[in-house]
Design a protein around this ligand. Structure first.
Ligand code: IFM
Length: 438
């Protein structure tokens, strides 16, 4: 456990740097009875899928309490709020009215709305194995932009297509619960295609300032042995570059293009449609070694023996209560690596998520985590990486997918019985930090 006093003043970020917090619809909204179902509703109804047997039917009930959430955002003093629209809600009669009111309330409170169009809650009738889902997503983007586009500050097409592919379709521990292993690759391709089509649809609807939120982290080889290095390189291709290369340089890492469906060369032209900024969700680096030939348990996941790598512990580091290592300097390393690899092809970067799971309201560990990561981000800015904003995951403790309500990422504590919100010590700390940055 980390527990230390944070005393050194935080260095000043460039003027106009965007400070925000993030959430997603399925994790906070609740009111499942007022919208169409998503794949997550089906998944959580299956016994054994979610650790504490819970569902997101109520979650933080933000659908009915968005005024409380907006007041918390205003009190925190953030510039921006990143939230997602639930595609099944948008498809329900009157569903967009909720987001219309939310966007108005945010603007009235001086908080800029940053909208994610897809954060894993796919309507049940759709399937990312089908190419047509990409076109349906572009239609969804257009519908949302036509209604909210006059007030939305920034658009995020997809959240973490890598995790949605890996956890939901390759390993089956997230919705829709498929365990396809490498046959899940079309899911990655169709999401990337959906992103490119949505960028075009948003621009055609008059919307601008468009990006994506991709999860990335440095991959460290477990040793210098050729086997470990090869395994680490493969992991890096699969979880990092498979998603950033097509977007930023218009091609898949070697060997992957052949595994994708359809006219891949033509699709890559759509996928690489220029974006205004690139969003990175960063939590921790991963240490990777050669396979052992046996299933391993890691970070709550059971990784199958047939994978061409294993994930190893990062020793001598504190871990969050999710078991994720706390390594702030890996954020500087990650950003420097991006700049080196993509050069002028890398647009300005936003950190669209960063945060940690700890219990308790006097959350000194979260303060230390955020303090370390914001300083690491500043070092990247000083080294010349064009980073324009930072969003904490998350405003509230919420429904943490297959972990249910057992993991708490919020700056604000949620009592899931009474739905009362209580700002934690980290909320006051971030509020003071933001005041000092102005
Ligand atoms: O809660 C998730 C979020 O939905 C996507 N990024 C990681 C967070 C923490 O696991």
């Amino acid at each position: 456990m980390i527990r230390r006093m944070v005393t050194n003043p935080m260095p000043q970020f460039p003027a106009g740097f965007l400070w925000g917090v993030s959430t997603s619809a399925h994790q906070i909204e609740g009111a499942a009875d007022t919208r169409e179902p998503s794949v997550w509703d089906v998944f959580t109804a299956e016994p054994g899928r979610v650790k504490d047997g819970s569902t997101a039917a109520v979650a933080c009930d933000s659908y009915h309490r968005s005024h409380e959430d907006v007041a918390l955002l205003a009190g925190l003093g953030v510039d921006a709020y990143r939230f997602s629209v639930s595609w099944p809600r948008v498809a329900s009669p009157g569903g967009l009215d909720f987001y219309d009111r939310l966007v108005d309330a945010l603007c009235a409170a001086g908080v800029r709305p940053v909208v994610t169009l897809f954060h894993w809650d796919l309507p049940v009738a759709l399937d990312w194995l089908e190419r047509d889902t990409a076109s349906r997503f572009a239609d969804h983007a257009c519908v949302v932009a036509e209604r909210l586009g006059d007030r939305v500050a920034k658009w995020i097409t997809l959240n973490e297509p890598a995790e949605h592919t890996l956890l939901g379709h390759a390993l089956g521990v997230h919705a829709p619960g498929r365990r396809l292993m490498f046959d899940a690759l079309p899911v990655a391709h169709h999401q990337l295609l959906a992103h490119g089509l949505a960028v075009r649809a948003l621009r055609a609807a008059g919307a601008g300032d468009i990006g994506i939120a991709n999860s990335h982290g440095p991959t460290w080889a477990a040793s210098e042995s050729p086997e470990d290095r090869e395994a680490a390189e493969f992991y890096d291709l699969l979880l990092n570059r498979l998603f950033s290369d097509p977007l930023l340089i218009g091609r898949y890492p070697e060997g992957f293009g052949e595994l994708m469906p359809g006219d891949v060369e033509a699709d890559l032209k759509v996928i690489a449609e220029p974006i205004d900024w690139y969003g990175i969700n960063y939590y921790a680096p991963t240490r990777v070694g050669a396979p052992h030939g046996a299933e391993i348990e890691f970070g709550g996941l059971s990784l199958p023996a047939e994978l061409p790598f294993t994930v190893r512990e990062i020793e001598d580091r504190p871990v969050t209560d999710f078991g994720w290592p706390v390594v702030p300097e890996a954020l500087t390393e990650l950003l420097a690596g991006f700049r080196e690899r993509y050069g002028d092809r890398l647009p300005p970067v936003l950190i669209t998520e960063n945060g940690c799971s700890y219990q308790g309201v006097d959350d000194q560990e979260r303060i230390a985590y955020l303090d370390g990561h914001i300083r690491a981000l500043h070092r990247a800015v000083e080294a010349g990486v064009d980073v324009r904003g930072y969003f904490v995951w998350s405003l509230l403790d919420n429904f943490e997918w297959a972990e249910g309500y057992t993991r708490r990422f919020g700056l604000v504590h949620t009592d899931f019985e009474t739905l009362e919100r209580t700002p934690k010590a980290s909320y006051a700390w971030l509020r003071d930090l933001l005041r000092a940055q102005r």
